[in-house]
Design a protein around this ligand. Structure first.
Ligand SMILES: C[S@@+](CC[C@H](N)C(=O)[O-])C[C@H]1O[C@@H](n2cnc3c(N)ncnc32)[C@H](O)[C@@H]1O
Length: 311
């Protein structure tokens, strides 16, 4: 197996406990990556099975290799997790016992220099998790309007210098298209006043924002939660790990909506919509990595796990 896929899975024990795995259950890992969480879930099964989904070809290869010793207990499918309903339909699976999402990019994707995810390696502007997809970071940087760039950097990167960075990108690309991560990283740096640099890499927030846009990362979270709950058995579990506040807010609000049920305006004296709560939230506050994990695995630093149970 590729060395890069040997990174330790984040909040592993906490996920396994939260899923309350039934040995005969059917589980979906929507973000298989190197297969760490998938392996732990499938290892806890007897007659049950695990469907490991990822949209990245390299992840599919790594997860397949990792899960091969588990035989029929684990199946690997290349897909977007937002297509979980059709994946289940294709496999003739009616209901599942749990879904895990470990959102964002894998360490492998970051470390593979030619993927263009990291400002630390010079590479063509790519950042696609699924390389069959047409839109890459090159297209975002070279074809989006200044206004769109500003919005993305501001919303997805929480970058307060978004207007200056967007203006720099547009000015630079008028001379020639921006081709590489180094070029982009340098011009982002030049758009941020020296006095305002906070110690972190000046391109970090912008690179996160562009990656989120290229991969449509935020749009798929809520619909996937809804699909999973619709196909989940009573008592089934949903466990989602997020790595930044934008993702975490979406998961938290999606859970709250499903736990609430009734959608009538607050001014209505009685419920007329008839919607019932579909889930119970098991983590009022998210589960965070232990001191040990934080010390051992820097990637776990911003991780939060939120768990819900189907009613
Ligand atoms: C943080 S890594 C998962 C690591 C994995 N849990 C492990 O233990 O090795 C996230 C993975 O999710 C995949 N991914 C992200 N968004 C996805 C989506 N919408 N559909 C399918 N896979 C996705 C990425 O390609 C990446 O491989």
């Amino acid at each position: 197996m590729s060395q890069n896929f040997s990174h330790r899975s984040v909040l592993l024990e906490e996920c396994i406990q939260s899923l309350a795995i039934r040995p005969d259950g059917i589980y979906v890992d929507g973000t298989a990556g190197g297969g760490g969480h998938s392996f732990a879930i499938a290892s806890a099964l007897t007659t049950g099975s695990l469907i490991a989904i990822d949209r990245d070809e390299a992840a599919i290869l790594a997860a397949s290799e990792r899960l091969a010793p588990l035989g029929e207990r684990a199946r690997v499918v290349r897909s977007n997790f937002s297509d979980v309903t059709s994946v289940l339909d294709t496999l003739h699976i009616d209901q599942i016992d749990g879904l895990l999402l470990d959102l964002g990019v894998s360490s492998h994707q970051f470390d593979e220099a030619d993927r263009g995810f990291s400002y630390r390696n010079d590479a063509p502007l790519d950042m696609r998790m699924d390389r069959r997809q047409a839109k890459s970071a090159y297209d975002v940087i070279n074809t989006y309007s200044e206004e769109e760039l500003r919005r993305i950097l501001y919303e997805y990167g929480e970058e307060k210098f978004a207007p200056r960075i967007a203006a720099r990108i547009v000015k630079e690309r008028e001379l020639a298209p921006i081709q590489t991560t180094n070029q982009l990283s340098e011009l982002i740096k030049s758009a941020i006043p020296v006095a305002a640099r906070d110690g972190g890499h000046p391109a970090k927030r912008s690179f996160q924002a562009i990656r989120i846009e290229v991969n449509g990362e935020l749009d798929v979270i809520e619909p996937t939660i809804e699909q999973a709950i619709a196909r989940m058995k009573k008592g089934g579990r949903l466990a989602i790990i997020t790595f930044h506040s934008l993702e975490d807010r979406i998961v938290k609000q999606a859970y709250q909506k499903l736990a609430l049920g009734c959608t009538c305006p607050k001014s209505f004296p009685v419920c007329v919509c008839g919607n019932k709560p579909k889930i119970r939230i098991l983590t009022k506050k998210p589960i965070l990595p232990s001191e040990n994990e934080l010390a051992e695995n820097p990637r776990s630093h911003s991780a939060k796990l939120r768990v819900a149970e189907k009613l």
